[in-house]
Design a protein around this ligand. Sequence first.
Ligand SMILES: Cc1cc2nc3c(=O)[nH]c(=O)nc-3n(C[C@H](O)[C@H](O)[C@H](O)COP(=O)(O)O)c2cc1C
Length: 397
Amino acid sequence: MLKGKTVLLGVSGGIAAYKTCTLVSHLKDRGANVYVIMTKEAVKLVSPHIFRSLSGNPTIIDLFDYRHITLPHIALSEMADILVIAPCTANVIGKIAQGIADDALTTVVLASTAKKLVAPAMNCNMWRNTVVQENVEKLKEMRFEFVGPEIGKLACGDIDIGRMSEPNSIIEKINEILSPTQDLRGLSILITAGGTREQIDPVRFISNRSSGKMGYTLAEAAVSRGAEVTLISGPCSLTPPEGVKTIMVESAQEMHDEVAVHREGKKAIIMAAAVADYRPSITFWQKLKKDSNNFTLELSKTSDILAELGRNKNGTFLVGFAAESNDHISNAKEKLEKKNLDIIVANDISAFEQDDSEATIINKSGKIETLTKFSKKEIAHRINVKAAERPLKLSTE
Ligand SMILES: Cc1cc2nc3c(=O)[nH]c(=O)nc-3n(C[C@H](O)[C@H](O)[C@H](O)COP(=O)(O)O)c2cc1C
């Protein structure tokens, strides 16, 4: 979710500034570009060199140090996807509320149109001070988001409100702000992806061209909308999306068994995997020799996972895929009915291994929606929206 996003991270002069080092390193682990802007007081608490090393970017303290960039505050504010201030002192909250821009951080805040998140940290009496509370309200009116402060042990030794939220809570909030919507929050979804491998001998197998991209993109989209996602994947070269419980399998039988284990309690199951229809009747345990001109391989049908799920749905919203080379719509409609699906996504076999795809989504009542020249990501979001509509209705039934 944070991959490729630019986070401007303001650090002001609160004792919790040391925790922001962990925050920077977690953001970097998640693939974000991080630029740290420190106030002069923050520099007295944590060295800017630490932030420079952790972020891989210069730490900004004084805008006038950047003579090679004409307007550094504008350049910085324009590249941000989000501006986070952690810790945010009572002083910085007050300055932003009054429109004061007397250092690098407050100037960038004023210039930036990006989404903004504030993680206040201060002594409990400072936090409760009427003027601080009025400033907080003002920031909320200005559409600043807040995370914390939390109740816990403060620098003064008291257990009270004022602690900065932990780095992981701040990251969760950033994800929430940057995600398009959280309409799948509280729903658990099972998604399958990739092709399976049916072993002939220790080195040979039967498989197909599925890259896993559609299933992985679906999982990424679902988790970004707040779902709890379990992904069961055949062998592929993709990195499992962050925040998704991923189970790797090889064969159709393993896929079948893992689906059986994990289907329980799922509001939606999206079967995007290209599961083999047939497997060799016998798997040779030693590598086959090339000693005859002809070789006949007997194949047996694998278990039909989708049909099994359709026979025993228990209210689960069931989504199937149909990769077709011809008669896409009629074949997909037949599959939808035969396997008792809620929707089916028909696409052309040319979509294998591609980032973009054309897809036709057909629902039970025969409604057809064709998505032409859509990225797999957009298709994934569209399918998730449909999955969201039904389970949400179910939960209020
Ligand atoms: C050791 C130390 C810790 C401080 N911790 C906090 C704090 O957690 N929150 C806060 O609002 N002010 C804190 N202050 C006071 C601020 O540093 C002070 O108000 C300063 O002017 C804030 O400057 P800045 O907002 O530009 O960073 C602390 C001061 C010191 C000396």
